[in-house]
Design a protein around this ligand. Structure first.
Ligand code: SF4
Length: 329
């Protein structure tokens, strides 16, 4: 017994509507067309999800040259550049686009404003596939700013028509600081009517802001590549609560729990609840006697599936796909 007495579960946590939809697209494509289904990049940034889909027949690739002619290809939830879309079309693949509709919304805004002559500052993390996809909506005139130092350095060709867009999974507080620095340097800059950071990122960060001060330790379930999961861990640490991110229960370190009475637990938007339940089971082994859910926002967002995957063309029936394990503490 190491001392952890109670687990407090963040609400909301785990899967968002975009992740749910993206996984369902791959599962339905597998059910309808059979294996293999090719997926460009990890469908969502979670090791468990990717391995599960691999076992069912998905093949994850980074380069479309790895996809054989005539194959079915799914774009990941992070979205792709115009060049990738064009290459997939030119190679004649059957494509299902699992880009989260909230990422697509940013792409549409970029295309619309670019036609009006705007240049863009994109707040995001270099190398993240969503950033590459959004920046790749244009061949020029979109500049990445990762922090306030980048804002001081950036040199747009003109400043009369300048707009800000952001990656959807940033730290809300960091993005606000960088946007303020942009506003200070370019007062006429156009900001999104509704911020680009998505509801799921916002809600999970808000929940951690409430939870972190109530616990001695916060565990985030998420994979190292998951942007929104990393932001949850950082947020708790900034609030003064020791915080660790784990991909699965096996990564929990007993020493973290020494002298800890209350453990907070959350999960990034790409982490399935089955992993949260395994983490809870492990923390129980380490001494937790109670699990309590925080009060929090109930999310009801659901995005429609793309055409061609809602109904089986042969039978006219909705394809039944086995439901993934769901919540429960
Ligand atoms: S985290 Fe936000 S942008 Fe990303 S898939 Fe989920 S809802 Fe969409």
């Amino acid at each position: 017994m190491l001392g952890a007495k109670e687990v407090l579960l963040a609400e909301p946590r785990g899967f968002c509507a975009g992740v749910d939809r993206a996984i369902e697209i791959v599962e339905r494509a597998l059910a309808k067309f059979g294996a293999p289904i090719y997926v460009r990049h990890e469908i969502v940034h979670n090791t468990f999800v990717v391995n599960d889909l691999k076992a069912k027949g998905a093949i994850f690739i980074e380069d479309l040259a790895e996809v054989p002619p005539g194959a079915t290809l799914v774009f990941s939830a992070h979205g792709v550049s115009k060049a990738v879309q064009a290459e997939a079309k030119a190679r004649g693949f059957t494509v299902f686009d699992a880009t989260c509709p909230l990422v697509t919304k940013v792409h549409v805004e970029v295309a619309k404003l670019a036609k009006e002559g705007y240049e863009f500052l994109m707040i995001g993390h270099k190398g993240h596939p969503e950033v590459e996809g959004t920046m790749g909506q244009l061949s020029e005139g979109i500049h990445l700013v990762e922090d306030e130092a980048d804002v001081a350095r950036v040199q747009p060709r003109q400043t009369e028509k300048l707009a800000v867009v952001t990656q959807t999974t940033l730290s809300v507080d960091d993005a606000a600081g960088i946007t303020a620095a942009i506003r200070a340097r370019f007062p006429q800059v156009r900001e999104p009517k509704q911020q680009d950071i998505c509801y799921a990122t916002q809600n999970r960060q808000d929940a951690v802001k409430v939870l972190a001060p109530q616990v001695d330790l916060l565990i985030v379930v998420g994979s190292p590549t998951s942007s929104n999961s990393n932001r949850l861990r950082e947020l708790a640490a900034r609030l003064g609560t020791p915080a660790y991110m784990v991909d699965n229960a096996g990564e929990l370190d007993e020493q973290w729990f020494e002298g800890v009475a209350r453990v907070g637990l959350t999960a990034g938007a790409s982490a399935p609840e089955v992993l949260v339940n395994e983490v809870i089971a492990r923390i129980r082994q380490l001494g937790a006697v109670a699990v309590r859910k925080m009060d929090g926002i109930e999310e009801t967002v659901k995005f429609p599936l793309p055409k061609g995957l809602k109904i089986d063309a042969a039978t006219g029936l909705e394809i039944e796909v086995r439901k993934r394990p769901e919540t429960g503490a």
